[in-house]
Design a protein around this ligand. Structure first.
Ligand code: 5GP
Ligand code: ZN
Length: 119
């Protein structure tokens, strides 16, 4: 949806360098940066640089790019030291899930026991 893309989209603006973020990993097609309001000791967001509203749109529109987002998330988890004790990947999708930013992002949570859910 045009109004959520480009300069109207918060995460597109982070990709463009117009809004600062603490970047932990960048690839040709993806960007990983720390969540501004962390809910776990490690809380990183992983996004495709190209705008897709949510994970359903991304996975159906460009499954290869969806895989690249997962690969970056796995590398971030490794670099954050999360592989031994485990971590959680989460994609909030749409209204019922409470999605607030409509540029798809994987939450990477770890660094402490997370419980059965993060709500
Ligand atoms: P959602 O509810 O859409 O899955 O999650 C959006 C996430 O983006 C929230 O965890 C929120 O803290 C994070 N967030 C919102 N605005 C910013 C921002 O300007 N910078 C960063 N780094 N994270 C943000
Ligand atoms: Zn965007």
């Amino acid at each position: 949806y045009t109004a959520r893309m480009g300069t109207d989209c918060l995460f597109c603006r982070i990709v463009a360098g117009e809004i600062p973020a603490t970047v932990v990993r960048e690839t040709a097609t993806t960007l990983a940066f720390r969540d501004i309001n962390p809910q776990a000791p490690t809380h990183v967001l992983v996004i495709p640089k190209e705008h897709y509203a949510d994970v359903a749109t991304l996975a159906q529109g460009d499954p290869g790019l969806a895989g690249e987002v997962l690969a970056t998330a796995a590398t971030v988890a490794e670099e954050e030291g999360l592989l031994a004790d485990g971590f959680r990947l989460m994609f909030n999708t749409g209204t019922y899930a409470g999605q607030e930013v409509f540029h798809v992002h994987a939450h990477v949570f770890g660094g402490a026991p997370l419980g059965p859910m993060l709500c």
